[in-house]
Design a protein. Structure first.
Length: 256
């Protein structure tokens, strides 16, 4: 099975043979939380180095697709150390609302410190993306960055996303993807599978965590699989925008 293609029919993602070396069936959420608790102190640095600083451009492209206006309410799911939050605050202004949700307490601690240093106002919430602690129809847009592969139940995440969005609200999801142009594809996976874990270890990152990244991509849905789940959850006007030669893409969908 090539990386980025759908898993075997009928096999849950958390029981996929490519991820079984990391956690037992049903234990994906616990494993992913432990990964991010572990890498939280060096997450921002490693993100910048391993993406050659390009992740900031990708996030800016995603922010431009939210359709947010001043006074709106915005949610960033799996907010991590808060990369999306300053941009969301700029879009909604001081009269708007910005909320970051994550299930890693240590990531939220770093996000809180980062927001305090920058003076950005945002509410940080410890919670589950698949059972969000928010009332229905309270956000005009929501973002998530490089998190879809880490959810235990992607269908549940999309259903919850639709629930908390207002009619006309947009979901914007930035995610790693397998490049479709064949000369670039093997080079990308060589870097992602071989170089990136070694680079993370060299920079005093957690090598096991960065071994998880290529495994999670290999077991993840195809682009078509992701959009199918979004459609099943009730999103319309679904689109995919490829960045970095297809190594990264932005999924968008609208709640009708």
């Amino acid at each position: 099975m090539k990386p980025g293609s759908p898993g075997k029919a009928g096999l849950p993602e958390d029981a996929h043979p490519l991820t079984s070396e990391f956690f037992a069936p049903g234990e994906k959420a616990r494993f992913v939380r432990s990964v991010f608790d572990t890498i939280a102190p060096r997450y921002d640095f490693l993100n910048s180095v391993t993406s050659f600083g390009l992740h900031r451009r990708w996030r800016q492209a995603a922010l431009r697709m939210t359709g947010l206006r001043e006074g709106d309410a915005a949610l960033d799911v799996a907010c991590g150390t808060g990369d999306f939050l300053p941009g969301l605050r700029r879009l909604v202004g001081q009269d708007g609302t910005v909320v970051g949700l994550d299930f890693s307490r240590r990531m939220l601690e770093h996000a809180r410190d980062r927001l305090a240093r920058s003076g950005v106002q945002a509410l940080l919430v410890l919670g589950d993306a698949e059972r969000m602690p928010f009332r229905s129809e309270c956000f005009q847009a929501m973002t998530t960055g490089f998190a879809l592969r880490n959810f235990s139940d992607l269908e549940a995440f999309f259903r919850e996303s639709r629930r908390v969005l207002t009619p006309g609200g947009k979901l914007v999801a930035l995610e790693i993807a397998g490049p479709e142009w064949w000369p670039y594809r093997p080079l990308f996976f060589w870097y992602f599978e071989k170089v990136l874990p070694r680079l993370a270890a060299l920079l005093r990152g957690e090598r096991q965590a960065y071994r998880w990244l290529p495994a999670s991509l290999a077991a993840f849905h195809s682009r078509e699989g992701v959009t199918r789940l979004m459609r099943q959850a009730g999103f319309t006007d679904i689109s995919i925008r490829n960045l970095a030669g297809g190594a990264v893409c932005i999924y968008t969908g609208t709640k009708p």
